[in-house]
Design a protein around this ligand. Structure first.
Ligand code: PEP
Length: 250
């Protein structure tokens, strides 16, 4: 059984006071939730405040990115021990905005994933095709390559802490959600790829989230699909009531 995960990615939104205000509204709304894991990924500057706010609650804190070196002359970067120090248990790796705007590659995703695993931080690894790639009929090839290379050089036993998020770039922040059929088909591709490389047990245990304009009004239909184990939510995770409604999709 794969435990569902609903994760919120705040991107470059919310100050420390806004983070505290979010959790004071959000936590009472989800205090009875036990059917899924809840993860919130605030910006680096709000991670410590977020961790303090969720102390004692069943909400995990994630970073939105990480660097693979432990420390050193890497201006602007944040290491795994630093994230653990502020209470993170997860980090997003390879978000399409990092790939599109900040030069993230499958190779850098792989270095980050391997470092995160070594440092006991659980990676949420994002994959997904652009609209041009989908229109060219290459969606499955692109995502298969991102999985193969992003998770490259790992053994079957390395995989269990990893979550994969399928986020078609054309659906992120656009209001254009993939249909549950398209999402489920791509989740199937990802699971098959994992099965081909690491075996059927690894494939059946891997949690694969869908991301791309998930809202309270479409989460239920997505979650009905066998291969969809949860959601990575951007815009709709910024508001406590809408994120709580997504968490309570049942
Ligand atoms: C995201 O940032 O990962 C995302 C899926 O954003 P949105 O829900 O706003 O499309």
């Amino acid at each position: 059984m794969r435990r569902p995960v609903i994760a919120g990615n705040w991107k470059m939104f919310k100050t420390i006071p806004e983070t505290r205000a979010f959790f004071s509204s959000f936590l009472p709304l989800v205090s009875a939730v036990s059917h899924c894991e809840i993860v919130v990924a605030p910006p680096f500057t709000a991670l410590a405040a977020a961790s303090a706010s969720v102390s004692g609650a069943r909400v995990a804190i994630s970073a939105q990115d990480v660097y693979w070196e432990k420390e050193g002359a890497f201006t602007g970067e944040v290491s795994i021990p630093m994230l653990i120090d502020v209470g993170c248990t997860y980090t997003i790796i390879g978000h399409s905005e990092r790939r599109q705007f900040f030069g993230e590659t499958d190779e850098s995703v792989n270095q980050k994933v391997r470092a995160a695993l070594a440092g006991q931080l659980q990676p949420i690894v994002c994959v997904g095709e652009t609209l041009a790639e989908r229109d060219a009929g290459k969606a499955a090839d692109v995502v298969r390559r991102q999985v193969r290379q992003g998770l490259g050089r790992l053994t079957e036993s390395d995989l269990s802490p990893i979550i994969v998020a399928y986020e078609p770039v054309w659906a992120i922040g656009t209001g254009r959600t993939a249909t549950p059929e398209t999402a489920a088909e791509m989740h199937g591709e990802i699971r098959r790829t994992i099965g081909e490389i690491w075996g059927s047990k690894a494939a059946s245990e891997m949690r694969i989230l869908y991301g791309g304009s998930v809202k309270p009004n479409n989460i239920q239909e997505l979650m009905r699909r066998e291969d969809i184990d949860g959601a990575l939510v951007g815009g709709a995770s910024l508001d406590p009531a809408s994120f709580a409604a997504i968490v309570k999709y049942l």
